[in-house]
Every structure is written in C-alpha cells, then in structure tokens.
Design a protein around this ligand. Structure first.
Ligand SMILES: *Cc1c(COP(=O)(O)O)cnc(C)c1O
Ligand SMILES: [Zn+2]
Length: 430
C-alpha cells in the first residue's frame, strides 16, 4: 500500500501564496477513527468509508480574493482541495472545472419555474464532470508515487482517467461493462489507455476492481483513491457560489449515480459557510435518477433510509450504479436540506435532452436528460418552487450518447439537389 512519506527534516517555508500541503490524515465517516494519509478507503475498525481531514491553518487561507486570482480551472480552490505535498509538479490539470453557469430563462418558462441556471459541465476536457474528480485523484496518485492508475467506470470516468493519465505520463487501465455506448469506448481508447471490457454490470466491474486494488500497485481513482477523488466534486458547489457573486442558490438539482457528487456539493456549501466565504442558508438539494436504476429515489420514497440494490436497466448508462456507495449519505442530504430524490422513465430522459437542447442550446448526454426531466417532475409536484433560485447540474456532453436519440431525431425535410426539388419538398411540408 502506498503511504505518503513525509520528509523528516523541516521543509523550506513556502511563500504565502504558494501551494501548501493541507491534508493531515484520513478519517472514517461512520465512527470517526483516524487513518494515515495513503491509498486506502475503508476504516480498519468498522469498514466505513474514509474521508480527507484538512489542516485548518491551510484551508483558512482560502479567501474570495485569493480564489479569484487563481487559475481558470478547479485548482483555483486548491486551498480547499487535497494537496498532499508542497510540490505543484504533482498537479494534473487539463483545465477541468470553472465551467459556465448559464441563465436558462427559456427552459424555466417551459417548466413553469422562476430563476433557473444550468451548471454546464458538458464543457470539461473530456466532456463530463468526471474530469473534476479525476484531476484531483490523479494529482493525489502522483503525490503518493503511483505510476499506474485505474478505475471502474460506467464510461465517463474511463474517458476522464484516460485523458488525464495521457496528459501526465501515467499508465491507465480502465474497466468498463462491455455493452457501453460506442462513443464512450472510443473516447477512452483514443488516449492510449488499456480499455478492459468486462462481461458484466457496472457493479460486477466495481467488485472485480476492488479485488484488483488489493493485489496490484495501482491507484484506482474511485476505489483506493476514493477519499481524494470524492473531494473533486466539491468544486461544483464552490463554482456555483462564486459564479452567483458569492451567494448560494435556494435549490440545486443533481444527478445521482454513486451519490458522491450530491453529497460533496452539499459539503462544499457547508465549507464555504464555515470559511465565511458566503452567508445564508444551505440550499435545498435534490437528486435525479432514471427509473431503471433508482435505488436512492426508491429509498427516499419509502422513507426508511435503506438503499436496496437494483439491477440497472436504463439508457442512462452513466448513472447505472445499482449498489451506490454513497446512496445513504445522498438520502440524508436530500432529507436534511428539504430536497427530494426523484426518478424519470427513459422516454422522459429522451424528452428532457430534447427540451434542454431546444430551449437553451445545450446538448446533454442521458444524465442531463435525467436531471432536466426530474426537475420538470419536481416542479410539477411543487417540490421545486417558482420563487426559488434553482441550479440544475448538466453533467455530461450529448455527443457521447447520440445513439439514444437516433430513433427520435434526424433530417426533418428531404429534397433532391435542384432548386425545383427544393421548392417541391418545401411546399409538400406545408
Ligand atoms: C458519474 C456521473 C454522475 C454521478 O456521479 P456520482 O458522484 O457517482 O453520483 C452524473 N453524471 C454523469 C454524466 C456522470 O458521469
Ligand atoms: Zn470506522
């Protein structure tokens, strides 16, 4: 197991504006037991998941001015992200983050909502929000001395790991279910990663990778590096606040696969408040799932707090995690903040993709369709209010999942090549 070797002698005092190591250890999210910094993710006492513990003297350096003067990527929030050594050479940065927060008045009108914003994470280097978590995880991997990184993926994570590994000279193994969308397979293989197509569901891929993580000297970004990986999702929350002029919205709607993103966006809002970077109440946080893989939404509806695993069957492949690692935490966040976890059919997902594209000019993958359709459902139910300032998370690019639209969109007018052909065709259309 890789453990961070802290140099014995005193480090040269860094200049105040320099990057400083800020992680003092890991801690169990269930029992609070401390664990040393390293590639580990389960508590040795209770097997609970681990999270990063920060040095408050370093995180306190985060001010609005310091953040605004930082790079145009998620690394502007470096003081609030895991930095394992004083050496910025470990940083893996393809420019993930600081994606547009777009006003969406036309979509808002279509849904009967008031003020609506889209967090447009289609604009990341490999086209999804996973570039955020990977940028942070691979930076930790390099600081911990890994030369090979890996992941269990529903597609987007594989793309992000392959791209970021290529950019930083790391070897990559990405494990995916063999029946993924062609676009997502190509967009991993092109970067030179070893793409391992597994005959099984994502949950089986994940189990295999958990076993491999015990045997190989590899940094699995969402397994043994998961505490670091998860921190990357906080940057969505940081950016929303900064882009709204250091204020918080009233309600945020996010897609749920493992539930990590939703949980960490909530954490980000809390951290911003703790550091005095924003004031006001924590937003309501709602989650979105596809009915064909909705274990967290089902648990929310039952209200018993227990997430019962499902076998996924949905076109929203990027969200198809039947046994979500952070499902229980996501449930708790939705309940505590007054949000909800909703679910929508595959037909509604396709309709949601179309509605978003036609009203706002943003082409999202299936996960974005899940979010927009769930937002529509929550608006109908009155869970999301007309008087609220709402942010919807659009987490991936539609060019990766064009296959799901092939039956519903295509040429709308056919004509021969002459002007007369055109006039005939145009007239026939009416
Ligand atoms: C992975 C993924 C999610 C959800 O992430 P979790 O943190 O696992 O809940 C949402 N949208 C897209 C496009 C993804 O690839
Ligand atoms: Zn524990």
């Amino acid at each position: 197991m890789h453990t961070l070797r802290v140099p014995a002698g005193p480090l040269a005092a860094p200049a105040p504006d320099q990057l400083r190591a800020n992680v003092t250890g890991l801690r169990c999210r269930e029992c609070g037991a401390p664990e040393p910094v390293g590639a580990r993710y389960v508590c040795s006492d209770c097997l609970g998941p681990l999270e990063v513990v920060y040095d408050p003297a370093v995180t306190a350096r985060a001010t609005r001015a310091r953040i605004e003067a930082g790079p145009p990527s998620l690394w502007r929030y470096a003081d609030l992200l895991p930095v394992l050594g004083p050496d910025p050479a470990h940083r893996v940065d393809l420019g993930a983050g600081l994606t547009p927060l777009r006003p969406a008045p036309r979509l808002a009108a279509a849904l009967g909502l008031g003020e609506l914003w889209l967090k447009d994470d289609t604009r990341n280097p490999s086209g999804s929000f996973k570039d955020r978590v990977v940028s942070v995880a691979l930076s930790a991997a390099r600081a911990l001395g890994f030369t090979t990184v890996a992941c269990a993926s529903t597609g987007n994570l594989a793309n992000a790991v392959a791209a970021h590994a290529a950019s930083s000279g790391l070897d990559a193994y990405v494990f995916i279910p063999e029946d993924l969308e062609v676009g997502k397979i190509v967009a991993s293989a092109v970067y030179g990663a070893e793409v391992v197509a597994v005959r099984g569901t994502y949950d089986q891929v994940n189990r295999l990778c958990s076993e491999l993580a015990e045997r190989e000297e590899w940094g699995f970004v969402n397994i043994n590096l998961r505490p670091f990986y998860a921190e990357g999702s906080k940057t969505i929350g940081f950016e929303i606040a900064e882009q709204l002029g250091w204020t918080l919205p009233d309600h945020v709607v996010l897609p749920v696969a493992s539930g990590s993103m939703l949980t960490k966006v909530h954490r980000a809002f809390g951290q911003l408040r703790d550091h005095g970077l924003v004031d006001g109440g924590i937003p309501r946080i709602s989650g979105a799932q596809a009915t064909g893989c909705s274990p967290v939404a089902a648990a929310f509806t039952r209200g018993d707090g227990e997430v019962v695993p499902q076998r996924p069957d949905t076109i929203a492949r990027s969200l198809a995690i039947g046994d979500p690692a952070d499902g229980r935490y996501a449930l708790r966040v939705a309940a505590e903040t007054g949000g909800a976890i909703g679910h929508v059919s595959d037909a509604e997902v396709v309709a949601g993709i179309g509605l978003l594209a036609r009203t706002e000019g943003v082409f999202a993958e299936t996960a974005g369709g899940v979010t927009v359709a769930t937002l529509a459902a929550l608006a109908r139910q009155g869970v999301v209010g007309r008087d609220e300032r709402v942010v919807a998370m659009i987490s991936g690019d539609g060019y990766k999942t064009v296959d799901v639209l092939a039956d519903t969109v295509g040429p709308t007018l056919r004509t021969g090549p002459s002007l007369r052909d055109w006039r005939t065709a145009r007239a026939a259309r009416g």
